[in-house]
Ligand binder design. Structure first.
Ligand code: SF4
Ligand code: SF4
Length: 316
């Protein structure tokens, strides 16, 4: 028996964590009590790429970072105390801090995911659940957004990881694509490119930090078509390869989050997000701990990690 890559023994071991998850869900449903389900941590303030759409570069300031000992404190105070189920490690490029990945993987074994641009050799960690590898189109478009040569590097590193880590290694690779005005036509080809070399693929849409951001794919005919195509591909590709639920995809055809830069229906409380110094980011994981930082535009939001909760009936 295996559910989302989790074997029977593991599910039994994780019973207390599921208990907390279920209790949190029940408390929300019956008493509207809100407690975070997931965590996200920017474990590094450095990245080797400078992608066109990157929200992290927009608000990046200091060069400081936390030590492993300091991260342990953040884990205890921000995540363990609140019994979050799953942690996603982000950056910058988090694979440049293997020491911190190791710590999280030890503290949240098989409940730690790492979001990576995949341009460095991908290392296997015993306690890491899986890697989210960011792909932004077919080779030419991906390189236009992420820099020349980046697609080839990522492709090679993914294939090397799969070849070097046993017959189920592809299960550790999940593809994440952020759809924008430059890459939306490549969605079917991206699915074709990565199917067979990854376990799952997930789509979200570019979230702007300013009105009239040319990368934003406006609500309307073209965006609806992309979403309808993804929904029909869900039926063509077996084993739930395209992981977004249909309800979530339908939501992303319109404003589901808020007004201006204020979240309204968006369930920001579901994920506790900290920056590279362990400070809580607001209003959500692409926000900032700094008061005067640029803010994402909620009414044009295309983020997958919150809209999926809305599609399950959880709101702000
Ligand atoms: S790899 Fe990620 S963090 Fe680095 S520039 Fe690109 S989007 Fe930003
Ligand atoms: S995820 Fe962030 S940007 Fe999107 S609606 Fe929620 S708070 Fe706003």
């Amino acid at each position: 028996m295996e559910i989302m890559g989790r074997g029977f023994g593991q599910i039994v071991n994780e019973t207390p964590a599921y208990f907390h998850l279920f209790t949190k869900y029940a408390m929300y449903k019956f008493f509207n009590k809100k407690s975070p389900l997931y965590g996200s941590a920017d474990i590094i303030n450095v990245c080797n790429l400078h992608c066109e759409h990157c929200y992290w570069w927009l608000n990046r300031k200091e060069n400081e970072e936390l030590t492993v000992e300091q991260w342990k404190k953040v884990i205890d105070e921000k995540f363990k105390k609140k019994h979050v189920f799953l942690i996603t490690l982000v950056g910058g490029e988090p694979t440049l801090r293997p020491d911190v990945i190791e710590l999280f993987a030890k503290e949240f074994p098989r409940r730690t995911c790492v979001v990576s641009n995949g341009t460095f050799p991908i290392k296997r960690y015993k306690g890491v659940y899986f890697y989210w590898i960011s792909i932004d189109g077919t080779k030419d478009i991906h390189d236009k957004i992420r820099g020349n040569g980046s697609w080839d590097k990522t492709r090679k590193n993914v294939l090397d990881y799969i070849a070097g880590n046993g017959k189920n290694a592809h299960k550790d690779i999940w593809i994440a694509m952020t759809v924008n005005s430059q890459n939306y036509k490549t969605v079917p080809d991206v699915v074709k490119d990565w199917y067979g070399n990854s376990n799952k693929i997930s789509f979200q849409f570019h979230t702007p930090f300013m009105k009239n951001d040319p990368l934003w794919l406006p609500f309307g005919k073209e965006r609806d078509q992309v979403i309808d195509d993804i929904i029909s591909m869900k039926k063509q590709y077996p084993d739930n390869y395209i992981i977004n639920p249909e309800k979530q995809l339908q939501l992303m055809k319109r404003n589901w989050g808020g007004n201006g830069t204020t979240p309204i229906d968006c369930p920001t409380w579901t994920i506790i997000s900290v920056d590279h110094m362990g400070r809580e980011k607001l209003p959500c994981c692409i926000g900032s701990a700094e008061k005067n930082a640029m803010k994402p535009i909620c009414e044009d939001c295309g983020l997958g990690c919150y809209s999926v909760f809305v599609s399950y009936g959880m709101k702000g």
